[in-house]
Design a protein around this ligand. Structure first.
Ligand code: NI
Length: 172
């Protein structure tokens, strides 16, 4: 089932989310809903707070090549264990901040640990777009948005545009 994606600014996007304690069917179906919502948007990553659920859960799939098999990832309690000294800059966007993009610099590679859909612990080293995406999504779980990396003026400009957009959407 597709869920509604919250738009910035929203207080729920600024909260630190709670760890997931036990795997349940409810959590599994929440994760499946998030993947459906992400693919529909379309996007390459989505964090639970973006649909108003303040729990440490992200989903992503950064496969972009036409014809390449999708690789949906569901990550409960994801944690960056280590990041490379080498940095990488990508133009980032966010489903909660539609049509706004900006360069963000982050470690080019990160080791990440998480609990998968079956409740098993996984670790993997991510690089390139996957590394940027997983860091962007984990940031969401700590109430941090990619615009928080930008200079205040640029961040305020984007927030003003978003406030205006939300007002227009509310009017219908
Ligand atoms: Ni985002």
């Amino acid at each position: 089932m597709k869920r509604n994606i919250l738009l910035h600014p929203d207080p729920r996007l600024k909260k630190v989310c709670a760890p997931v304690a036990n795997m349940t069917d409810e959590l599994r179906s929440l994760a499946d809903d998030m993947l459906a919502t992400m693919y529909d948007a379309p996007g390459i990553g989505l964090a639970a707070p973006q649909i108003g659920v303040l729990e440490r859960l992200i989903v992503m799939d950064c496969v972009k090549e036409e014809g390449e098999a999708p690789r949906p990832l569901i990550m409960f309690n994801p944690e960056v264990l280590a990041g490379s000294d080498e940095l990488n800059t990508y133009e980032e966007g966010c489903l909660s901040i539609p049509d706004q993009y900006a360069d963000v610099t982050r470690p080019a590679e990160v080791d990440v640990r998480w609990i998968d859909r079956d409740g098993n612990e996984q670790t993997e080293t991510f690089s390139k777009l996957w590394a940027t995406c997983v860091q962007h999504e984990i940031d969401h779980l700590d109430g941090k948005l990619f615009i928080d990396y930008l200079k205040p003026l640029k961040r305020q400009m984007i927030t003003r545009k978003m406030t205006k957009l939300k007002r227009e959407l509310a009017r219908g």
